[in-house]
Design a protein around this ligand. Structure first.
Ligand code: ACO
Length: 381
């Protein structure tokens, strides 16, 4: 048996959802180039494509948008539950708990019924942004505000979060960010979603397990750490010394590196251009020059190892300009990635076999139980 840490290079499923060419830096959703979707599609249309495999016709799109709009509200019980969460808690933990709680409210589990699947997809895509925005207001001591029916999906999220209707350019850029983050094949959180789905549990548990996995700093949580790192560097001329010191101390540069890519992540390139578009309109973030200096310095030192900026490197600068607090960067990632998780949930149900990998046992040989009095303290105690 060959053990591959982190399952590197081990196919664990067959999937028709997303394809990555890590050498060319190309990414497609259901065969459509990501750049094409990010320029021309919107998040709900892209989510439909990912989950059902084809772009919706106008009637399907109208119906999907309408259903999502109708289900944006969350029960006062969920809001009351969220009011009991500690305000100092991380919003990803709040989101994981709230997403899981939906299973209590929609407990019918009919995963072979297409209508049940459609309804669950609608509910999760509709309610997750509402729950993210609600926790933001609740932790500030305010009551969450209700979704506004005349606002499109992304405009409405920014409205619920900031309590003002967003500038149309800002809302469009945010929507494009959601498209960019919606799916990325068998990353850790999606694998987690598929493992959970394979037990035939409910979709709320599937999403909650994926949210918990996305939260880690080696995965979605890196976008928060990138801004902290840029601020620690402070100015463009400090980028080279910072990089040299980090490499000498074997510390990772946050927002760099990816198991799948040996070139710059195509999403990082698009996010960088979105950041520039925002800065041109609303003023530059001074950390942008630091980021560019770090990228340039890292190309010489890490490029030869195939380590380049990943999706998290520029997303924080975009989100900060949109007025999104730093610890909501990863929940915003989750708002988008729920589309990918649900696409994988459906695909897993279509050809399910429960995940149950094997292990290579490295523990003790069989031994006999002994009386406590006769035991000597083990080294770890
Ligand atoms: N900075 C410096 N060196 C790095 C970096 C980095 N960001 N990433 C990888 N390396 C080096 C490692 O030190 C290692 O070098 P070695 O072979 O000399 O020991 C080599 O590249 C391989 O690194 P691994 O950690 O084994 O690569 P893996 O594929 O397991 O990890 C990961 C990928 C987790 C993304 C990693 O690159 C990393 O930790 N990056 C920083 C965190 C980050 O940005 N995460 C977001 C990823 S995107 C996402 O999940 C949404």
């Amino acid at each position: 048996m060959i053990f591959r840490p982190g399952l590197e290079g081990v196919p664990v499923t067959q999937s028709a959802i997303c394809d990555i060419d890590g050498l060319k830096g190309e990414l497609t959703y259901r065969g459509y180039p990501l750049a094409d979707l990010a320029s021309n599609s919107n998040f709900l249309e892209t989510a439909f494509l990912l989950i059902w495999g084809e772009l919706p016709d106008p009637k399907q799109l109208r119906e999907f948008e309408h259903q999502v709009q109708m289900h944006r509200r969350v029960s006062f019980r969920v809001r009351d539950m969220m009011k009991c969460f500690p305000a100092s808690g991380h919003p990803m933990d709040a989101l994981q708990s709230s997403a899981a709680s939906l299973g209590l409210f929609y407990s019918r589990r009919a995963i072979d019924d297409p209508q049940y699947i459609y309804d669950a997809v609608v509910r999760l895509i509709a309610k997750i942004p509402t729950m993210v925005a609600a926790f933001q207001l609740i932790r500030k001591g305010q009551d969450p505000i209700q979704p506004k029916d005349n606002l499109a999906y992304s405009d409405n999220f920014l409205y619920m979060l900031t309590e003002r209707e967003p500038d149309p350019l800002a809302a469009r850029i945010f929507d494009r960010c959601l498209i960019l983050h919606a799916e990325h094949s068998l990353n850790a959180s999606t694998f987690s979603a598929r493992v959970t789905a394979s037990t035939l549990t409910d979709p709320y548990a599937v999403v909650a397990s994926a949210v918990g996995t996305l939260a880690g700093p080696l995965h979605g949580g890196a976008n928060e750490d990138v801004l902290a790192m840029l601020e620690e560097i402070g100015s463009p001329e400090c980028a080279v010394p910072y990089l040299n010191k980090a490499i000498a101390e074997k510390r990772k540069i946050m927002g760099f590196g990816h198991r799948e890519y040996r070139v710059k992540d195509p999403r990082a390139s698009i996010l960088q251009s979105l950041a520039e578009e925002l800065f041109a309109r609303f003023g530059k973030d001074e950390m942008y020059d630091v980021a560019k200096a770090l990228e340039e310095a890292a190309e010489a030192r890490l490029g030869p190892k195939g380590i380049y900026p990943n999706v998290d490197f520029y997303s924080g600068l975009v989100y900060r300009k949109l007025g999104i607090p730093r610890d909501l960067f990863t929940p915003v990632f989750a708002i988008s990635r729920v589309a990918g998780w649900l696409a994988h949930w459906r695909e897993q149900l279509g050809a399910n076999r429960i995940f149950r990998p094997s292990q290579i046992y490295t523990g003790s040989k069989p031994r006999d139980w002994s009386n406590p009095e006769s035991r000597t303290p083990s080294k770890e105690n």
